[in-house]
Write a protein that binds this ligand. Sequence first.
Ligand code: ADP
Length: 165
Amino acid sequence: MKRIAVYAGSFDPVTYGHIDIIKRAVRIFDSVIVAVAHNTGKNPLFGLAERVAMLKKAPRGIRNVKIEDFAGLAVDYVSQCGANVLIRGLRMVSDFEYEFQMALTNRKLNEKIETIFLMPNEAYSYLSSTLIKEAAILGADVSDFVPAFIGKRLKAKLKSKVWTR
Ligand code: ADP
């Protein structure tokens, strides 16, 4: 039986931290579906299609990974994919409380789905899409955090839009 896992998130935009998690996940599972959430409570800078397109281009040379999008509950989407594993990334202790709450809520919603946490390389453990966007707004060079093409898109997007948190 194929072991399929779903890595769900907003990916607004995908960072080297997310890519690190994807690379770790494909070593464990036969197939990894990266699922970009339609409904994110985070007022995304990039639209759904843009977030999906960036993810399709970013993790280069990785096989066994599919990029999809989903609406509704993550656990429902995991079931629809024929999977029983939801992957999340854990950066620091500060992630723990929220992720712990979400994992237990998801378990209550569907006890067949197991949440698995992967930790990125420590070099990426402080990266967040939110901070990268804030730094980019203030004119920072974000090339250590995201692939070059995403850095360009961030600049272009920020020029054309006033972003509110
Ligand atoms: P969400 O809005 O669902 O938190 P994100 O795109 O912000 O979506 O993150 C998706 C998942 O990836 C979350 O589990 C988050 O903790 C994790 N993640 C985000 N940034 C990193 C990083 N730098 N390293 C490892 N995991 C990360």
